[in-house]
Write a protein that binds this ligand. Structure first.
Ligand code: SF4
Length: 326
């Protein structure tokens, strides 16, 4: 123990990490680089980031950024989306091995097959897809605007891929359209079971249940509100409610606890995204030092994928603080 009562052993343990943080902050300035981090990134990554948010808000920040270099702490599809929207910038994967399994669950060939089978359908694709898949879409969507985007289309048939749970949720709210889904899923949200939420409701009967739309339909059935992760954060801050059960990745719950010390939040312990947690401080430092690996896409892919993403951004967030009505 030091004279100030600080556990010096603990401080010694964190010293290498603090040096890496210091070097990252210094290099960010020198390189005129912007560091973006998704809501599911670890606290130390969020600490060195300039912006933290969900897929939709980070896409908008990347598009409007003044900095010539973006280091993106998130899964592959988000980094690539940033490059598509900011083709003149150097966009670097903080860790190129952070590959979202959901984004691999549909290929451009699968999508072409669906389009052939449903020639009158409009194609809405989740941003959690490869750039090549995006080239096959009419419009992209994120969890914050999937319902409004589907509602805004004229077609009566909508191909909505690849997340089957999101498609099921959208089909409830847009009953006048036929939704053609795919069999993809986000392992993190799909592993949240009805019993996990029921157990929490039993222990905290007064808590408001908020759920991410990538959860199973029977989990969505238990929700008072269905929201994207940024929507959840905003709702938790604005609501008069004091207790919340939150069915999404655990890091979001940790941030809610930090920002709302007067409220109680109960999360699902197993909802932990290993893909997102692959990004470490050392990766961010290396990305800033080497400016590699940068996203490198063929010009026709950049061009073809930009159109559906830009159409999505024209719609914007379109999510109210109270979530979509079920
Ligand atoms: S939370 Fe799900 S969708 Fe997001 S990166 Fe992890 S596996 Fe992919």
């Amino acid at each position: 123990m030091s004279d100030l009562g600080i556990d010096t052993e603990l401080l010694d343990d964190r010293l290498p990490e603090l040096k890496v943080v210091e070097r990252i902050l210094e290099l960010k300035g020198k390189r005129h680089a912007l560091v973006l981090a998704h809501n599911y990134q670890s606290p130390e990554i969020q600490f060195v980031a300039d912006y933290i948010g969900d897929t939709l808000s980070l896409s908008m920040v990347a598009r409007d950024a003044e900095q010539p270099i973006i280091v993106f702490c998130g899964p592959d599809f988000m980094v690539e989306t940033a490059k598509i929207l900011a083709p003149d910038k150097t966009v670097i994967y903080a860790n190129a091995w952070a590959r979202c399994p959901l984004a691999t669950m549909i290929t451009p060939e699968d999508l072409r097959m669906l389009k052939q089978a449903h020639p009158n359908a409009s194609v809405v694709g989740y941003v959690n897809t490869s750039p090549e898949c995006k080239c096959e879409m009419d419009i992209c969507c994120a969890s914050a605007n999937a319902v409004r985007i589907t509602q805004s289309l004229e077609a009566g048939e909508i191909i909505l891929v690849p997340d089957a749970n999101l498609a099921s949720y959208v089909s409830r709210l847009v009953p006048d359209k036929t939704i053609i889904s795919w069999h993809g899923f986000c392992a993190v949200h799909h592993m949240i079971r009805k019993t996990d939420v029921l157990d929490l409701i039993h222990d905290h009967p007064r808590a408001t249940v908020i759920v991410h739309p990538e959860c199973r339909p029977e989990v969505v059935d238990l929700a008072a509100m269905v929201l994207s992760t940024d929507g959840m954060m905003m709702h938790a801050a604005a609501s008069q409610d004091r207790e919340f059960i939150v069915a999404t990745e655990l890091e979001v719950v940790n941030r809610m606890i930090e920002y709302n010390p007067d409220k109680e939040f109960y999360g699902i312990e197993k909802a932990y995204c290993r893909t997102q947690k692959r990004v470490k401080l050392e990766n961010v430092l290396q990305a800033l030092e080497t400016l590699e690996p940068a996203v490198n896409l063929q010009p026709e892919v950049l061009e073809g994928a930009r159109r559906p993403i830009e159409r999505m951004l024209e719609v914007g967030r379109a999510e109210s603080l109270t979530g979509d009505e079920r």
